[in-house]
Ligand binder design. Structure first.
Ligand SMILES: [Zn+2]
Length: 311
């Protein structure tokens, strides 16, 4: 097998930004290209302000598993999908170059005849897979199963999904992305830890939007004789109102699972068993629910968003 360096034939090339958002105040959907994740944008329907990333996550609030889908996960930050069609050169390695450079290696898929996205393809007398996926390219591996058979080299469609461009990001988004990567690699133990950290940083960011810092959290945790994490939730509830019980209960289950997975400690034997994927969905639900309460509070108090200190 030799490395085939000439550009492959591409009869179509799609390139599509994933840039749809939903307004947390009125739930209307609109398309808005992302400049930075912290950008404050305006809903064209209700004219309320929102932070870009809040609108992006709100859009996927009913399908949080889409970020950790083992077949075609979407990037947690707005991303790009691109793809093309190529003639396979049997039993050679073909370098497929992307149209642009992804921030890190994207997820690469092939489309079956039925339009299903698959990690590898088993066609009549051909096996096809992507190897050595980098930010700029991947290598298409093709093997004929029986070289004696007559065959027509197939034409196949591929697609890549990932992030493009430098977006200024809140820290909690970076950590959440790391957690999603760990779940996709089945590294559940590390994922549980990472998810809890992501939620802590998210709460810090929202407290920052309310002009509350770590000193306020310390004072509150001493006053209320509770952990910093519980004090953060209590502080937010003082502004936004009580978090829905079903979400709080899931967070308790999640803390229990994290302690079991990390320390082997069982404190609440009746807690629901959560997989790392369940835990991810709980975290997204907690974030989106908190955001809904936050935007309802801003609306009630007629507060304009000042996102300067959000990180
Ligand atoms: Zn709106």
């Amino acid at each position: 097998m030799k490395n085939h360096q000439t550009p492959p034939v591409q009869s179509f090339l799609l390139s599509l930004p994933i840039s749809i958002v939903s307004c947390p105040s009125c739930s209307s959907e609109f398309d808005q290209p992302c400049e930075t994740l912290n950008a404050i944008i305006q809903c064209p329907n209700c004219n309320r302000q929102l932070i870009y990333i809040d609108g992006f996550l709100h859009h996927y609030r009913r399908r949080p598993d889409i970020f950790i889908d083992s077949v075609h996960p979407l990037p947690i930050a707005p991303g790009f999908t691109m793809g093309g069609e190529i003639s396979v050169i049997s039993n050679e390695l073909q370098v497929i170059t992307f149209d642009a450079s992804y921030n890190r290696p994207p997820e690469v898929f092939f489309l079956s005849k039925d339009g299903e996205a698959l990690r590898d393809l088993l066609l009549e007398n051909h096996y096809i897979a992507a190897v050595s996926i980098s930010s700029e390219s991947f290598i298409l591996l093709s093997r004929t199963l029986d070289r004696e058979l007559d065959y027509l080299p197939p034409r196949i469609r591929w697609m890549a999904v990932g992030e493009i461009g430098e977006h200024e990001k809140p820290v909690w988004i970076n950590i959440l992305q790391n957690a999603a990567d760990l779940i996709l690699k089945s590294e559940d133990r590390a994922a549980f830890v990472m998810l809890q950290i992501a939620l802590d940083f998210y709460y810090d960011a929202v407290l920052g939007q309310l002009k509350l810092g770590s000193r306020d959290v310390k004072t509150a945790s001493r006053r209320w004789k509770m952990s910093d994490r519980r004090a953060k939730i209590r502080l937010l509830e003082n502004y936004f109102g009580r978090f829905p019980r079903n979400v709080t209960n899931k967070l308790v289950d999640l803390a229990e699972m994290r302690n079991r997975v990390v320390h082997g400690k069982i404190e609440h034997p009746k807690a629901h068993i959560l997989s790392a994927k369940d835990a991810f969905n709980v975290i997204i639900e907690a974030i989106v629910t908190t955001n809904d309460l936050k935007y309802a509070y801003f609306k009630r108090e007629n507060i304009t968003i000042d996102n300067e200190n959000d990180d």
